[in-house]
Design a protein around this ligand. Structure first.
Ligand SMILES: [Zn+2]
Length: 336
């Protein structure tokens, strides 16, 4: 019986696959490196192999699966299930993910933006439960965003609504792979904060982090900056402050547009927590519209890095229910 759901989180670093029951209890999951450098066919085969391996492990096969959702980074053609372009996937162009998977697995497949599947997870089961106006930010390698406004996940004309990573903060700033420059995500993201730190060191600032990596700045990680921040390192503190403040200025615009009641900060770099967000809040307090800001809380995500898989499965189920509503058994019973 088709009673289970698959959720896939396709990231630049890892492919994560989970199988859920119809009430979204986790049956099993696996994770494997994406190996994005080998191109799209290789990555699609890896996703497929991981799904079949997980189903074998759970003694299930595709006839037990109602549908599957995949969270994909970058610009998508959502209705046609195509990944058009992804900044972190260098060899990707017009990759027909949903069709490829449907041909191999013979189950319905739905794709959506990675930030948006995180939003579905946190909104239905995490920090945004029962809220009608939610802004999700994913602070990872890059910066993603997605929003629920008045109880609906918003998409916009080409599915790009909520892409806060590409709000222009500097007229001619750091170049962005989207084709523009000065985008928020080029500063507020793991790559962005590391570059800011590196620029400071290269222009003469000192930091304990340089000792930790024996002067090799390519080895610095966002986690190291948090550790250095905790140790009172002035350059790490300045980097965190600049990055947090810039996020605050970017969010001022988002506040005016979406009027969220909760902002959920997820993604790998959300571990920086209040080290970063205290500066974001300080800017919002000064510059965001007062009444909406007073009505909003900023929190870190609670589902951790499984939000994407769970959200992808939830999203797929909701899409599937729109196409073929599950029979309402209570009505059938009341007929008798
Ligand atoms: Zn951009």
């Amino acid at each position: 019986m088709k009673q289970y759901y698959i959720g896939v989180d396709l990231g630049g670093t890892n492919i994560k696959v989970s199988v859920f029951t119809s009430d979204f209890r986790l049956l099993g999951e696996n994770r494997t490196p994406t190996q994005v450098e080998h191109g799209s066919d290789h990555v699609l085969s890896r996703i497929y192999e991981n799904i079949t391996a997980l189903l074998d492990e759970l003694h299930l096969d595709t006839s037990d699966i109602r549908c599957m959702g995949i969270g994909v980074p970058g610009i998508l053609d959502i209705p046609n299930g195509i990944s058009r372009f992804s900044p972190n996937f260098p060899k990707w162009k017009e990759v027909p993910i949903a069709a490829w998977m449907e041909n191999h697995l013979h189950i319905p497949v739905f794709i959506d933006n990675d930030a948006r599947v995180n939003l579905y997870g946190e909104w239905r089961f995490g920090a945004g439960k029962n809220r009608k106006n939610v802004l999700m930010i994913t602070l990872g390698t890059g910066l993603g965003g997605a929003a629920v406004v008045d109880g609906r996940v918003i998409y916009g004309a080409t599915g790009s609504a909520g892409e806060i990573g590409h709000i222009n903060m500097y007229r001619e700033g750091r170049e962005c792979r989207c084709g523009s420059s000065g985008c928020l995500g080029r500063y507020v993201s793991a790559l962005g904060i590391l570059r800011t730190f590196r620029e400071k060191v290269e222009s003469g600032a000192e930091s304990v982090v340089c000792d930790w990596v024996q002067g090799d700045l390519s080895k610095v990680t966002a986690a190291m900056l948090s550790d250095a921040y905790d140790a009172g390192d002035a350059t790490a503190i300045e980097t965190m402050k600049e990055t947090g403040e810039l996020l605050g200025y970017g969010l001022c615009a988002v506040f005016s547009l979406y009027n969220p009641e909760i902002i959920i900060v997820g993604g790998g770099m959300s571990n920086t927590g209040d080290r970063l967000l205290q500066y974001t809040r300080a800017i919002l307090e000064k510059h965001a519209l007062r009444i909406p800001y007073a009505a909003c809380t900023i929190v870190t995500a609670v589902l951790g890095d499984s939000a994407g898989m769970l959200g992808a499965a939830v999203y797929a189920k909701e899409k599937m229910d729109e196409l073929e509503p599950e029979p309402d058994l209570s009505e059938v019973l009341s007929f008798r």
